[in-house]
Design a protein around this ligand. Structure first.
Ligand code: SAH
Length: 388
């Protein structure tokens, strides 16, 4: 008999607002007996239907609701949801490389699908989705007719679901490099080995925005990874220096530079924290400094340390900007709120003794929408500051 979960009194409000996560400690009682990962029904304390989702007794998030009416989790339902998710991107003009499905926001919690030209890169981040891997792969083949589908479930969050990190080909043929078109430039994506699902699609529009602030400028792109920002701004800048600590990332920057025939881009393999200090000692300055570090915190307990890290690089970055130039500063740490990030920028400007104006604030790309009622799904901050 399928599981039915009854929430504690008052715990239904977040779910009724549209949030999908049911925490184990919000549950009053569970009736029924089924397999772990099966479709379970969630009710209020007094038995009113709230929705259905896959149960995982091993996870703190015991159910992620994704069905709110009287339907089953059939292949047709998945086809419908996936098609709707894709249509909403195509409608915005996305065609070559984009996030097809962003979990909760597309009513398919814990399922991430990125499209890189004719290859799909997928993450199954919950037990429920993992168990339906074959069916979801079939849906994707029918909907996209891709050349290949690759699984990039090599992420630590899977451990919280009692799952191992895995990756590999799910369907067809997956080449070592897929060339995508981003804002008119070519980028070679390593779907099998690149970070996350291969590339950071969430900054696409922000990279285009960054071009405005790099015209004829000398630009320093810190934490460049494969060169997303560097390549975008190399179309307008005088000279761009990309810095990343990973030798493979730097090799990709060079590969991408050659792919586009740029001659004004150089790539340096170094620790940003050190190189910013070295440039300062050498008296180097730049028209625009871009900071796009990895998430400095993946939990609430590390927020203080993360702010310290952000302050350090932002102070150093600000000191290197020429008068009237720009600091473009990003954070992808969900746990550092936009407010906290803004406060950090104010503190950094004071410490660096620079007066700054906020020119633009942006967020994650429109193909990475987040549910307003589920702030956990919002993570990207992007500030453009003019520095005096
Ligand atoms: N700006 C990139 C994404 C950055 S992801 C883009 O637009 O695609 C974060 C990058 O920071 C990773 O490539 C990682 O290798 C690099 N990194 C992490 N710590 C670093 C450090 N201390 N110094 C330099 N690079 C670092």
């Amino acid at each position: 008999m399928a599981y039915t979960l009854y929430l504690k009194k008052g715990e239904e409000k977040r779910i009724q607002a549209g949030h999908s996560w049911v925490y184990a400690n919000e549950v009053q009682k569970i009736e029924g007996k089924d397999r772990n990962g099966s479709l379970a029904t969630v009710c209020t304390f007094d038995g009113k239907f709230l929705g259905k989702g896959y149960i995982n007794h091993l996870s703190k998030i015991i159910v992620r609701i994704f069905i709110r009416d009287d339907v089953e989790d059939t292949k047709e339902l998945f086809m419908e949801r996936l098609k709707k998710a894709n249509d909403s991107r195509v409608r915005l003009g996305y065609n070559n490389a984009y996030r097809v499905c962003f979990g909760e926001a597309d009513d398919l919690p814990a399922l991430i699908i990125d499209k890189y030209d004719d290859v799909l890169s997928v993450q199954f981040l919950s037990l429920g989705m993992d168990k339906r891997k074959d069916m979801i792969t079939e849906c994707l083949v029918e909907l996209f007719h891709p050349k290949g589908i690759y699984e990039r479930s090599d992420v630590a969050v899977r451990l919280k679901e009692g799952l191992q990190e895995v990756k590999g080909v799910l369907y067809g043929e997956v080449p070592d490099r897929v060339i995508i078109n981003e804002n008119g430039i070519k980028i070679a994506v390593d779907v099998k080995g690149g970070q996350k699902t291969g590339y950071f699609l969430d900054q696409k529009e922000n990279r285009l925005c960054a071009r405005k602030y790099c015209k004829d400028a000398t630009v320093l792109d810190c934490f460049s990874n494969t060169g997303g920002f560097s390549l975008n701004v190399a179309t307008v800048a005088k000279e761009v220096t990309a810095v990343d600590i990973s030798p493979t990332a730097i090799a990709s920057v060079i590969e991408n530079k050659e792919l586009n025939g740029f001659t004004n881009l150089n790539a340096v393999c170094a620790n940003v924290f050190d190189i910013l200090r070295e440039y300062r000692e050498q008296g180097k300055t730049f028209g625009t400094v871009i900071l796009d570090p990895p998430a400095f915190t993946k939990s609430v307990s590390e927020i203080k340390d993360a702010i310290r890290g952000y302050t350090d690089i932002n102070v150093l970055g600000l000191k290197l900007v020429e008068k009237g130039g720009y600091l473009i500063s990003s954070s992808c740490s969900h746990y550092v709120s936009q407010q906290a990030f803004e406060k950090m920028l104010i503190d950094s400007a004071r410490i660096a003794k620079r007066r700054v104006k906020c020119i633009e604030i942006k967020s994650q790309a429109p193909d990475h929408p987040y549910l307003l009622c589920a702030e956990e799904t919002s993570y990207l901050k992007f500030f453009v500051l003019q520095v005096d």
